[in-house]
Design a protein around this ligand. Structure first.
Ligand code: CS2
Length: 510
């Protein structure tokens, strides 16, 4: 019998029973809060990151409560509703800190017309999104994919005047903005909080092109009246598990079925091109800057790029968490060198950040033994993440004659991950799962043929890169080496594949 099952549920009326010396509770009256933010994507990252910032803002200004929904699943919305929107955030460090977050004042199931009404209401001043890379329904070139089944469905529903139940976030936003325009034309800020470069610009382009298909005036109005700032978000957020629920129960003395956890560190950098109604998030530690792109690029390529390399290489070595991978000297050394020698050099000229300090701090964050961040969680959606995290760096390095061996190794480790998952009949969490499984099933005993089949996936690999012999050879060498890793070899044995000398500058191997 777990401790939590015997305790009263976390709710507004049980808040008073929590010992405030052990657990922080909202320092404002819940019933004084009004909704100012509509959020799409009620996953752990939103609850651990943005909702924490808004929770601290609410202590100063009660008009920034959140109404949240998810595009697909209703479980979290229903569960949080029962808990009056309350849940516990565990900040993981040597001694964890626990805080009950009250910022989410309303949760609604997918496609609830009440959420559309929230988006359209003039009292809603900000929309935030955490829908992951695939939620934007973009082509590899970063434009709205009009062949995406959800986009097609939403466009035909909009054309028939039946768009109340959009299945994509882009369709939902376009419809809500149409209602806003009709209802008096109050613009709004729409803030993407996903790991995509130029996330706001991409979302704006997607929503405007969706709206343009049915109503050019609406497209123009959105482009003129709605702000889509770019943003960089950062906080390592391992998925919640039963152990977390028990720790939270022991601290709070109540049963919370929806706790979340993250590292103590968090950062949020937002572009200054916001409207006058934008919340004063600077008061709670958000950085507003005119140079988000540099922050975004450094974070996506250094942190997320290294994360993906760690995930696929670590899983090939039979390791489970990021901290365990970092405890292995061969893997830690490999990732550290990947960052120093292959990722940082493409950032050096664009950013004032001290990259050596940044790299060191990232390696420390990855190695934090208090954060059990599963590599399998990072490995999800590789087809969406690789282009953003690794392939751009590889393309730029190749063009400038810089080394790419370790990054190619990371790409190969992803391919082998897909092969192993397919062979084991495990569920591959990836929007391209069907295509990937088809390629993996055709696996031969020839690394070159296997790699060629993966590189033919145009949704992942741009043609120019896929045709580069240097890239092909690097991935093939990595592919063979990862097979050896799967058989228990150590990573050190493969340094020769990562040596820039293997691919002399400017000379493509034939
Ligand atoms: C991770 C990110 O799951 C992943 O792919 O790389 O979620 C990462 O933990 C965050 O972006 C850190 O800010």
């Amino acid at each position: 019998m777990t401790i939590s099952a015997s305790l009263p549920a976390l709710r507004a009326k049980t808040l008073a029973t929590i010992d405030r010396r052990r657990v922080a509770v909202p320092p404002y009256a819940l019933d004084s809060v009004s909704v100012g933010v509509a959020h799409i994507g009620l996953g752990a990252f939103h609850r651990a990151h943005q909702a924490d910032y808004f929770d601290r803002l609410l202590a100063r200004d009660p008009s920034w409560g959140i109404c949240a929904t998810s595009m697909n699943s209703s479980a979290t919305a229903a569960g949080l509703h029962v808990q009056d929107g309350l849940y516990t955030l565990a900040l993981l460090d040597e001694a964890p800190d626990y805080r009950v977050i009250g910022a989410i004042r309303e949760t609604l199931p997918p496609r609830d017309p009440a959420f559309l009404a929230r988006l359209a209401a003039p009292s809603t001043k900000l929309v935030t999104l955490t829908i992951t890379e695939k939620g934007y329904c973009l082509t590899p070139d970063g434009e709205l994919d009009f062949d995406h089944p959800g986009v097609r469905r939403d466009l035909s529903a909009a054309a028939n005047g039946a768009s109340t139940s959009a299945s994509t976030a882009v369709g939902l936003l376009a419809h809500a903005l149409q209602l806003r325009r009709r209802g008096g034309g109050v613009g709004i800020d729409v803030l993407s909080c996903d790991n995509l470069p130029a996330n706001g610009d991409k979302l704006r382009a997607a929503v405007v092109s969706f709206a343009d298909r049915g109503d050019r005036d609406l497209g123009r109005w959105i482009a003129d009246e709605v702000r889509f700032p770019n943003a960089m978000v950062d906080a390592i957020t391992p998925a919640s598990d039963a152990a977390l629920a028990e720790k939270v129960a022991a601290e709070t003395g109540v049963c919370d079925a929806w706790p979340v956890q993250r590292e103590a560190f968090a950062s949020w950098v937002i572009g200054r091109d916001v409207s006058a109604r934008f919340p004063d998030l600077e008061a709670v530690g958000v950085v507003m800057t005119s140079d988000v792109a540099a922050h975004e690029r450094a974070k996506l390529r250094m942190l997320n790029g290294a994360h993906s390399v760690l995930a696929y290489v670590g899983l090939a070595c039979g390791v489970t968490t990021v901290a365990q991978a970092m405890a292995r000297p061969d893997i830690a050394d490999f990732v550290g060198r990947t960052m120093a020698e292959e990722i940082a050099p493409c950032l050096a000229t664009t950013h004032g950040l001290d990259l050596a300090v940044y790299r060191k701090s990232l390696l420390q964050r990855f190695a934090n033994p208090s954060v059990a961040h599963h590599l399998s969680q990072i490995a999800w959606d590789g087809s969406q993440k690789l282009p953003i995290r690794l392939l751009g760096t590889i393309t730029e390095n190749q063009a400038s004659g810089r080394p790419v061996g370790r990054l190619c190794f990371g790409v190969a480790a992803w391919m082998r991950f897909v092969v192993r998952m397919t062979r084991a009949n495990s569920v591959l969490t990836d929007p391209l799962a069907d295509e990937l499984t088809r390629v993996a099933r055709k696996r031969t005993s020839d690394a070159e043929a296997d790699v060629r089949a993966f590189l033919a996936l145009r949704q992942v690999f741009p043609e120019g890169l896929a045709r580069s012999l240097r890239f092909q050879r690097g991935v093939e060498a990595g592919y063979r080496a990862v097979i050896d890793l799967e058989r228990g070899a150590t990573l050190r044995d493969f340094q020769e594949y990562t040596n820039p000398e293997t691919y002399p500058e400017g000379r493509e191997p034939t």
